[in-house]
Design a protein around this ligand. Structure first.
Ligand code: SF4
Length: 311
């Protein structure tokens, strides 16, 4: 099945179907589990002109996801990038934000944009817990921004989804986050388990217990991100996605941003740089083709060796 899809895609389109692009590595917060605030001294961002140059190479994009590290609204060109999507053929677009530094005009531009989903990071239902986890954020500002967005009279606007990282710091407030979502007229929460952090993560049993209780409690839609290992040749991301960092470097997917050696990986293991070569040249370069061939044949490429989803 995956072979057939791959052959069709590579035979006809010669470009990735999905693009993940990192608008900036800069963040306004210092969350308790973030590894980048310590290593990311040299912040980078993509300008609107660079973004346009990349996007204009696609006649059609199935998915455009603003992804990577950083809070994207710290890049002054971010809203311009979003607005530009109205002129492009993009089937689905989304991004994650802490929603704390938007201006009123950003909110209006967002309401009028073609973005499909905005994931808002909310890890606590009270000021105390939220600000303890999201260091540097202000709970009232977050709630006010969400209310301004939700109360805007435009009917068809992007959908807000809450994204909550479950840890031992907020497990006591997970039910309250569901209540908060309803109060804010948000219809879906995406819960994610915090991984690779011995001090803050829940163990598997405790996490599963919470999951069960949350599902019983909630009358709104909940999604839980979990890691169930599959064989590598099931990785559709590797065959369809291209991830572009704020410096233009190319990786197979945004999952690699979670590695502590992300910045080294970009230069050492990446497939090139979109500010030097075209997307088509990079995607069809032998190194990238061999990577996809290995995936289809079930051989784990070096760059994916630590991927938690595939074995
Ligand atoms: S890192 Fe994981 S999800 Fe990403 S392309 Fe490699 S195997 Fe697929």
């Amino acid at each position: 099945m995956i072979n057939k899809i791959y052959n069709k895609i590579s035979g006809i389109y010669k470009l990735p179907l999905c693009l993940q692009i990192e608008p900036t590595t800069l963040c306004n917060l210092n969350c308790i589990w973030c590894v980048y605030s310590k290593v990311n001294k040299n912040t980078k961002k993509i300008s609107f002109e660079q973004f346009k140059k990349v996007i204009d190479q696609f006649p059609f994009l199935f998915i455009l996801k603003f992804a990577g590290i950083g809070e994207f609204f710290t890049n002054k060109d971010f809203i311009k990038m979003i607005s530009y999507l109205k002129e492009k053929k993009v089937f689905y677009s989304c991004f994650t934000t802490n929603f704390t530094i938007l201006t009123n005009s950003d909110i209006i531009d967002l309401v009028n944009s073609n973005i499909n989903t905005i994931f808002v990071s909310i890890d606590g239902a009270t000021k105390e817990t939220y600000e303890k986890i999201r260091k540097g954020a202000n709970f009232e500002t977050l709630i006010n921004n969400i209310k301004k967005f939700q109360n805007h009279p435009k009917k068809s606007k992007p959908k807000l989804v809450i994204r909550t990282v479950i840890s031992n710091q907020n497990k006591h407030e997970l039910f309250k986050i569901i209540d908060l979502a309803k109060e804010l007229k948000i219809k879906k929460i995406h819960f994610q388990k915090l991984y690779e952090n011995d001090k803050l993560s829940l163990n598997k049993e405790e996490y599963l217990q919470y999951k069960k209780k949350l599902l019983q409690y909630s009358d709104i839609k909940l999604k839980f991100s979990e890691i169930n290992k599959k064989s590598i040749n099931k990785c559709l991301r590797a065959l369809t996605v291209m991830y572009i960092s704020a410096e233009g470097y190319v990786l197979p997917c945004s999952l690699l941003t979670q590695r502590e050696d992300y910045f080294e990986l970009l230069k050492k293991e990446g497939f090139g740089n979109v500010f030097e070569d075209s997307i088509k040249e990079i995607w069809n370069d032998q190194k990238y083709k061999d990577f996809r061939k290995n995936i289809v044949n079930g051989k784990i490429p070096k760059i994916c060796i630590r991927c938690p989803y595939y074995s």
